[in-house]
Design a protein around this ligand. Structure first.
Ligand code: FAD
Length: 538
């Protein structure tokens, strides 16, 4: 038995564990990531890295690396086509789903990206491995944990040799997925509905397929028919495809034994294909009763599970990492207040509940609920059915493919680390996103005249955004208070008139995760109180 020490032990090297390791590593916090598998291969899960995750990747210096790693060409259109079959009738189209086009919008600093989860994970892993304070141990399984007043001891096993050792950390984060060992070890249950339905997810190689249909380039082709509704899309330019058959119809092997037939029957085409990976999964609507106990926290799928419709699961987990990362760093470095870590669950849980609601609604309207009798019939009768279904798709699926309000509109208004300003809460946003600088909201973004993103100028700690006419005495008052509590603070003076218009204030204090902690036209006399509240208590 060897005793090692680190600041944070992360269990799970999925996207969430790796994102957390990067956020901590960049904040000079030491961490060890243990992962029971090698975590290589083409397990075809997330394809969408959404706008918010890409903004975080930009902050971590990785947005360009992920863009370069994309197996699809950078200008490949993120279109979604609904058709009865690949060789059948087109029903509806969505152009530029998920805001992936590389046109600049003031609403965000990075567009979304359609890229396989395994590519994102590789980019994250390589980056994490380069950070001096981060260690990643594959084939290393967490078996047991015990916590006391000063830290957590974790017993881990080398999966290949069976050797056991103990790791000692100040905090432990279970980013260990749906079947979280950490969650079980600390005795936290999940609430909600498990096992909504069985689904099949697979990857296959079919180099000829792109040339066999006339539906144009798209990232997803939804096959809406009575026989075997499914959706599929290319993963690279060399003929690798994914297919998801949600809510499998009876008579189809949920274990993937009929994978080849599933592809052919849903597309309506016969072609050469090699099944590369089959991954049956179950849709759930579950949320953890608590997000941690003492020095142990849960993040990502370990604390929230929902259908993938809308592409939120991994992205929400990456945002969990961004929320927890700075709070752990602040606490370990002594500038976080005693209640800061307690705000993690208070802030994230309402976001999770809201996204779970959206995802479950999206999942309600998959192929079997869209197909109608006669949808594949030629002639006027069939045309009528197809028109009706096409209209239903355009109306019913807009939430799923254009949900910027969900992705960027989350607000931590009810957190004790957010200082209210008396303004009304922002309305709940789904498809449209209207930036709001109310305390708790994501800091409204715009491009600066030098071509940089406003966010590029934020510091790693708190940032005070101040219009040029803010009296220097006020700014120094806040700087003194921050220094007194060793809170890292950068002052960013903005001459751009869009700042005051968007923020509806002369000054705003932005947290390390780019959410507004406070805003106002005048910094308070007691800036120490402001800093104390924003850092989670005196
Ligand atoms: C078909 C499908 C499509 C999806 N599409 C999208 C999408 O487009 N966008 C999106 O955002 N999300 C999507 N998701 C969801 C996404 O895949 C998950 O939300 C994401 O993988 C969760 O990441 P995680 O890091 O929390 O957990 P995981 O990816 O599950 O990683 C957890 C890791 O912990 C390890 N582990 C577990 N126990 C231990 C232990 N005791 N010791 C050591 N290691 C351990 C596991 O081996 C695993 O590698 C999709 C999911 C499915 C099924």
């Amino acid at each position: 038995m060897t005793e090692h020490t680190t600041d944070v032990l992360i269990v799970g090297a999925g996207p969430v564990g790796l994102a957390l390791a990067i956020d901590l590593g960049l904040r000079s916090v030491r961490c060890i990531v243990v992962e029971q598998h090698e975590r290589v291969g083409l397990k075809p899960r997330a394809k969408l890295t959404n706008v918010r995750s890409r903004e975080l990747l930009r902050r971590w210096g990785l947005a360009e690396a992920l863009r370069r790693a994309s197996p699809l060409p950078p200008d490949y259109p993120a279109n979604i086509v609904f058709a009865t079959r690949l060789n059948g009738y087109t029903l509806a189209r969505f152009e530029d789903a998920f805001y992936c086009a590389r046109t600049r919008s003031d609403l965000y600093s990075e567009p979304g990206q359609w890229v396989p989860q395994y590519t994102l994970e590789e980019v994250l892993r390589q980056h994490a491995a380069r950070l001096s304070g981060v260690q990643i141990r594959f084939d290393c399984r967490l078996e047991r944990i015990a916590q006391d007043g000063t830290g957590v001891s974790a017993e881990v096993e080398d999966v290949k040799t069976g050797a056991r050792s103990t790791l000692r950390a100040q905090y432990l984060v279970g980013a260990d997925g749906a079947r979280s060992t950490v969650r079980a070890l600390i005795g936290i249950g999940m609430e909600g509905d498990g096992a909504l339905a069985p689904n099949l997810n697979m990857v296959f190689r079919a180099p000829a397929l792109a040339g066999l249909h006339d539906k144009g380039p798209a990232v997803m082709y939804w096959m809406v028919n009575r026989e075997l509704p499914a959706y599929l899309g290319p993963l690279d330019r060399d003929g690798l495809w994914f297919l998801i058959a949600p809510r499998l119809p009876g008579g189809v092997d949920p274990g993937g034994g009929d994978a080849r037939e599933v592809v052919h029957r849903s597309c309506g085409l016969r072609f050469d294909l090699e099944v590369v990976h089959v991954d049956p999964w179950t849709a759930h609507r579950l949320i953890a009763e608590r997000y941690g106990i003492g020095r142990v926290f849960l993040a990502g799928d370990a604390c929230h599970l929902h259908p993938p419709s809308g592409g939120h699961g991994m992205n929400m987990g990456i945002a969990d990492a961004a929320d927890l990362g700075w709070k752990l760093a602040a606490t370990l470095q002594g500038w976080g207040g005693p209640h800061l870590l307690g705000t993690y669950e208070i802030e994230r849980k309402p976001q999770h509940r809201r996204v779970i609601r959206e995802a479950v609604e999206n999942y309600e309207l998959v192929g079997d609920r869209l197909a109608r009798d006669g949808i594949e019939q030629p002639g006027a009768g069939g045309d009528r059915v197809r028109k009706e279904v096409g209209e239903l798709i355009l109306k019913g699926k807009a939430h799923e493919f254009r949900s910027l309000g969900v992705v960027l509109g989350g607000c931590y208004r009810d957190s004790p680390a957010i200082i209210p300003d008396g303004t009304a809460p922002p309305r709940e946003q789904v498809t449209e996103y209207e930036p709001c600088a109310g305390p708790g909201c994501l800091a409204p973004h715009f491009w600066l005249q030098d071509g940089a993103s406003l966010y590029d100028h934020f510091g790693p700690g708190f940032t005070l955004l101040a219009s040029r006419d803010t009296p220097p005495t006020e700014i120094s008052r806040l700087e003194r208070a921050a220094a007194q509590r060793t809170v890292p603070l950068k002052v960013l003076t903005l001459a751009d008139p869009r700042f005051s218009t968007l923020y509806q204030a002369r000054t705003a204090l932005v947290r390390p995760d780019q959410h507004v902690a406070w805003r106002g036209n005048q910094l308070p006399q007691d800036c120490l109180d402001l800093i104390d509240r924003a850092r989670g208590g005196p």
